[in-house]
Write a protein that binds this ligand. Structure first.
Ligand code: ATP
Length: 238
């Protein structure tokens, strides 16, 4: 098998005296969609934020493309092809859709290609094309989620970290967004997906990790997790 694009080894992190991660180990291989599922407060978001060095790893190793990145500044990671779409979207509300997209390519200077990539965002999310001159803050929740994903893609990531893309959205919009996540993956971007909607996440991903109070308690093929009675009872509402 190829080398992992991302590997976490015994990662510990937290917020002051709160130990949110107590030894997380996981691997993501190139081309995969891997999901982390778990209950509220289990440590899913903290795992993504620690990978991006927004929360500091107190112990353990985070290796991306063979390089230890524990100490790499978060702002530098997109330039290395590692991008996060944080929970709650965090688009720039006073900038237009197009300006938000342009900012996703902040470190690039290939202007012609950037313009082509913006057009590609509009192919991927036609609604963003229609709203290109509208301020981000005036978009619906689903449109803001699409903009947040499209903006991350402007960095041409090799690995995209998605935090709860379904949060607060209507089922139809969620389905659209997950269809696009699969398309992005088919076109070559590896994806690490954090989701509370375990059913949807496991239908989308190839493999999954279950996190409980800061520890990985189970890892398996997504299909096996979907049919695992314990998972069905704990996370799929059965
Ligand atoms: P959710 O889906 O509810 O966001 P999660 O699995 O993503 O859950 P985290 O947000 O990673 O969970 O939270 C892990 C633990 O860290 C929880 O106990 C949470 O209360 C705590 N925590 C998260 N953010 C902070 C913070 N900024 N300050 C203090 N504690 C925090």
């Amino acid at each position: 098998m190829s080398e992992p694009i991302l590997e976490l080894e015994d990662v510990h992190a937290g917020y002051g005296s709160i130990k949110a991660l107590k030894g997380i180990s996981l691997k993501v291989y190139p081309g995969e969609i891997v999901t982390i599922i778990g209950a509220n407060g289990a440590g899913k978001s903290t795992t993504l934020m620690t990978i991006c060095n927004i929360v500091k790893a107190e112990k353990g190793r985070i290796v991306y493309q063979g390089q230890l990145i524990n100490k790499v500044l978060s702002a530098k990671l997109p330039t290395m092809g590692l991008c996060q779409v944080p929970e709650g979207r965090r688009i720039f509300p006073r900038l237009t859709v197009k300006e938000n997209l342009r900012l996703g390519a902040f470190f690039r200077n290939d202007t012609n290609q950037i313009m082509k990539d913006i057009e590609y965002s509009y192919d991927l999310f036609p609604i963003l094309g229609e709203r290109r001159n509208q301020e981000g803050g005036t978009l619906s929740g689903g449109e803001q989620q699409m903009l947040a994903i499209a903006r991350a893609l402007m960095a041409r990531p090799r690995l995209l970290l998605l935090d709860e893309p379904s949060l607060g959205l209507a089922p139809l919009i969620v389905q659209q967004i997950f269809d696009i996540i699969k398309k992005i993956n088919k076109e070559g971007t590896t994806i690490l997906l954090v989701e509370q909607n375990a059913n949807l996440a496991l239908q989308t991903a190839g493999r999954g990790y279950v996190v409980e109070t800061g520890k990985i308690t189970l890892e398996d093929d997504a299909r096996a997790l979907l049919s695992n009675p314990k998972i069905r009872e704990a996370y799929l509402g059965e």
